[in-house]
Design a protein around this ligand. Sequence first.
Ligand SMILES: [Zn+2]
Length: 137
Amino acid sequence: MTISEKVAYLKGLAEGLNLDTEKSKEGKLISVMIGILEELAMSVEDLEENALNLGEEIDVLSDDLADVEEVVFDEDEDIEDYDDDWFEVECPSCGADILVDDEALADGEVECPSCGTRYAMELSDDEDEEPGEDPEE
Ligand SMILES: [Zn+2]
């Protein structure tokens, strides 16, 4: 039984008592209370319906976002994993992100997509710092 149905049942019981809702103070009180309950029941049911609709919309958005992530990242793995196929470094000139992938490593150099500066890729084990990590100018 929904809240509205319970309120309707309560209203029927009250009507069965044949209360005088004009002259009897108790009758008027009960009549007003039932009116308020009817409004509350409608509000609650509207809210429940809205919450359900929002939940469904969030599910749809979540599915869409997963599709977008699949296209953007092209894989489900952690993109910050430096052991993976590619990683990003910050351009020392303009601060833009430069993608370093297998192709760049094979070419031995990368080009900043923002300012066009080219950098040689030197893979040495004794220097772990990324270019552009130093906060000082
Ligand atoms: Zn740059």
